[in-house]
Write a protein that binds this ligand. Sequence first.
Ligand code: ADP
Length: 477
Amino acid sequence: MNIPTLRQSISYWLLASLLGALLSGWFALREQQQRFSQDSSIAHRLLSQKTVQHEAVLATLAQLETPPPAQPLLAGLQPAMPQLLAIGYWQHDSWHGSSAAPAGIAAAYRQAASQHLAQTLPAGNGRYWLVDGSGWSLLIDARLLLAGSDWPPALARISLELPSGELALLARQPQPLPWGWPLALDKRLPAASQPFAFHSRRVLTPAEWPWTQWLALSLLLALLLGSIRSRLQVRAQRHLAQQQLRLANLNRLGTLGEMAAGIAHELNQPLTAILANVRAAERLLDDDDERDSVRQALQTSAAQARRAADIVGRLRAMVTQPGSGGSRALDPQPLLESLLVLRHDELAARRIALSWDNASPEARLQAEPVALEQILHNLVQNAVEALGSRGGHIRLRGEALGSRYWLTVSDDGPGIPPEQLPQLFQPFFTTREGGMGLGLSLSETLAHGMHGQLTAANLPAGGACFTLSLPLAEESR
Ligand code: ADP
């Protein structure tokens, strides 16, 4: 798994925080909505009870045979009904009440009697008369229907539409309502004589949004993502360290291999010569007195020389039969990617860019991974050395053409003097101070071991270009 960059991590965190905030905001909103509609319903029910209570009082008074005097009646009712301001009785076109007769009482009385339904008469200031067909009338102050402490807590603005106009009963939020998420409930009061429209309004202002929850959530997500990222980093570093260790081992093995190849090359001929000379001496010494002891010594030398030749032969066999894994169908992509990752930091420090262009991503080549890795490593290392301290660009490119896969390693360094091109792959040819001149010869040997070829050329624009061609795997042909 790739480690996200800091910018990616921040975008993931922002996205997750946003989603979390939306989700928790949605739950918080639902909860507030529920509380609001519950409390609005409670207020609606309480107001409904009051208006139904007015009808019940009127119905009870209508039952009385002799109407009692209004003043003591009012005093008896007021403790239970603080909203009741006055009471009166209209009979035979005359008014008997605790206050003056309201204007329009006669007409309201006639209408109530004919419709068998109490009528409302506006009295200003949130008050209204409720006139019954029995002649009894109640003056009610709608603002006193509910005491301040009776309003449920989740409500903000309540109003009633009275015959005289809209009356605000509760104003915990200013009008016009502030900016935020609006909540509303509209319902009529059920009393047939006082079917006033009931409006409940509230706005969830930003101050009421679940900021602490959101803050805690985003902190938690930051911690979570941070710890995932650092775990991934630790894992990647461990992986890189393992890879570097592997590369170091590979290099050591490679150097050993190079040395062995050199020793084999250099020693094989002299040893064969020793063998031939010693045999000749053995023949010439036939007549001497010390013949037997010389023969024995020479025989021992010959045996030793043969043994040395065998050891050298074995060493060469070890080097020329590349790797341990054997050749197989191989996707070059992961191998090249890991080479890029492995060398990135070191090359970046030397201001060298290393790029890989896979022109045939589907192609699979027939190769031995360790050997291929070693060749590429040698070629990249040579390019790095050619670029030296001035920096530059090393381009790796792979393309399937015909039945072969062509891997090129090119650089924009000084290139190779044309007269040196023919000697480049010879063992011990080097122009580098401290160079062994075995990297290219070993790489060529490894390439041959995989039925491949390694060639060198100069680019027209300057710089060297090494081309490794390998057979394509059966499946890619
Ligand atoms: P070494 O690196 O030990 O010199 P090599 O066999 O790897 O041995 O390289 C042989 C020589 O080939 C180098 O000394 C150098 O002169 C030349 N050479 C190899 N690669 C490049 C390159 N990319 N640009 C220029 N010269 C190169």
